[in-house]
Write a protein that binds this ligand. Structure first.
Ligand SMILES: O=C(O)CCC(=O)C(=O)O
Ligand SMILES: [Fe+2]
Length: 296
């Protein structure tokens, strides 16, 4: 018997079918056990040239917004002060960012973690050379106090646009299983060199997607080689969270019409917490449904 065929749990069933369609069961188990998973390019079924277009769009947008030439990504090494400003909210810079935000296999895992009503909450680049930024161990689930560990409140779905072949690439590192702690790092836990928590570097080829429960502790290493590590970071949140951008208000009707899945994932103003004057009635019931169903 296949439980998702029985119709008793419509939200979980719909997600389960997508998980099956894209052969993501191992990824789901990794998300549960470790709080992170890496989906290889073959499972993501992206269009030919997608990851190159995404990579180039980040470079072009950064050059344009920050008024700098980045040059050859295989040799460039700009300081973080040059590439880190203005890195958020790239969705409407290029349609490749919409493709990245609406990849169906990725959304199956986003919805597994944050429910069918998950919303796109922020999108930003990482462009990192030898002088690039590093991070201490942290959780991305900001705003969730200790005790909130039994469900994912947000998740991070990051497109890997250059190979992460070894620690010298300056990759993200993860502390598997820490999503179960349900809290952020304390000061004595955050320093990678000092912490007693075991960590693993993210090793993945360009075109992969790394996705983690926002509560999973992670950090990043310095880059010890020429050229750039390039990543598109995407945050998805449950609808009660306070997203970084109110895409429900900003995304144009034209873009919504062209990309129906974007229309769904950015949503519309939500009664009563976001905009009580301009409510989308069709979103009220799904929002209330999350009170009894974590997959809603
Ligand atoms: O991969 C990295 O450099 C870490 C970035 C990070 O902390 C994040 O995307 O939340
Ligand atoms: Fe983070």
């Amino acid at each position: 018997m296949r439980i998702s065929d029985q119709g008793a749990s419509p939200h979980a069933d719909a997600i389960m079918k997508e998980i099956a369609r894209y052969d993501l069961f191992e990824n789901v188990v990794e998300l549960e056990a470790y709080g992170l998973t890496v989906v290889p390019p073959e499972k993501l079924r992206t269009a030919e040239g997608f990851i190159e277009r995404l990579r180039d769009a980040m470079i072009t947008t950064c050059e344009k917004r920050n008024g700098i030439p980045i040059g050859d990504r295989l040799t460039a090494s700009p300081p973080k002060e040059a590439v880190d400003p203005n890195k958020w909210d790239v969705l409407e810079e290029d349609e490749v960012f919409v493709e990245a935000a609406t990849n169906p296999a990725m959304l199956a895992l986003v919805r597994w973690l944050c429910g069918e009503s998950a919303v796109l909450a922020g999108q930003t680049w990482i462009i990192k050379g030898r002088e690039g930024r590093t991070h201490a161990l942290h959780s991305d689930s900001h705003g969730i106090p200790p005790g909130g560990g039994s469900i994912a409140h947000m998740c991070n779905a990051s497109w890997i646009c250059t190979d992460y072949a070894s620690v010298d690439d300056g990759p993200t590192v993860f502390a598997p299983g820490t999503h179960k702690f349900g809290r952020a790092t304390l000061p004595h836990e955050a320093d990678l060199a000092m912490t007693a928590i075991p960590t693993i570097p993210l090793i993945a080829k360009a075109g992969s997607l790394a996705i983690w429960n926002g509560a999973t502790w992670h950090a990043s290493l310095p880059r010890n080689k020429d050229g750039l590590r390039i990543t598109l970071v995407q945050n998805y949140m449950r609808s009660y969270m306070r997203p970084q951008v109110l895409y429900d208000r900003t995304v144009s009707p034209q873009l919504r019409q062209k990309f129906p899945e974007l229309d769904r994932v950015v949503g519309r103003p939500l009664y009563p917490y976001i905009d009580s004057q301009n409510v989308d009635g069709s979103r009220v019931a799904p929002f209330i449904a999350t009170g009894t169903d974590p997959y809603a």
